[in-house]
Design a protein around this ligand. Structure first.
Ligand SMILES: [Zn+2]
Length: 184
């Protein structure tokens, strides 16, 4: 289970691995708001509980690329686990097919690894497309990819625990969570 990292302003930023969260705490860069169970991390001089929510001591202006970092977990969730070319849902994939990240404009042709240039694609469609643009491969995108709302994704992929959800709710309000909870 990851640790929810909040900005000094309490804005939820991201989920980080516990050991990274502990590092920030040991370095005096973050404080622990919520602990998880009885697990402890030991350094040479300190014993630190396993954090489930930390808050950065100083406000950081988060660079856009960090905020919008593309991960397959969030990409597949954004696209509802559906190939954006053939429309097959994850569970409808046969044999050795699986979901992949497709760059609409291929990296080899100067495409970026940005939310606007990546879509979920089944391996069959991705192989067919190869280093081409969709229309060159006779493929059409089902939706226009956009940068997703981080909080919505976190909720959809259910990687937050109740104590973590509390802070997301605190910052974004109840309505944001309700709206997404009703989606599934
Ligand atoms: Zn497909």
């Amino acid at each position: 289970m990851g640790c929810l990292a909040l900005n000094a302003s309490f804005e939820p930023l991201t989920i980080v691995p516990p050991h990274r969260a502990v590092r920030l705490v040991l370095d005096g860069k973050a404080e622990i708001l919520e602990e998880e169970g009885s697990r402890r991390f030991r350094s040479e001089r300190q014993v630190v509980p396993c954090p489930s929510v930390i808050r950065l001591v100083r406000y950081v202006h988060v660079p856009y690329r960090f905020r919008g970092q593309v991960t397959n977990t969030f990409l597949f969730a954004r696209d509802d686990y559906t190939c954006q070319y053939c429309g097959k849902y994850r569970s409808a994939l046969r044999g050795r097919q699986f979901l992949t990240r497709d760059h609409i404009v291929p990296l080899s042709r100067g495409g970026a690894n940005s939310w606007e240039n990546v879509v979920t694609s089944c391996s069959a469609c991705n192989n067919r497309k190869a280093d081409r643009l969709p229309h060159e491969a006779g493929l059409t995108l089902l939706t226009e990819p956009v940068e997703p709302n981080y909080v919505h994704l976190v909720w959809v992929v259910r990687t937050v625990t109740d104590p973590q959800a509390k802070y997301i709710r605190m910052f974004y309000g109840e309505a944001a969570l309700d709206e997404v909870a009703g989606r599934r």
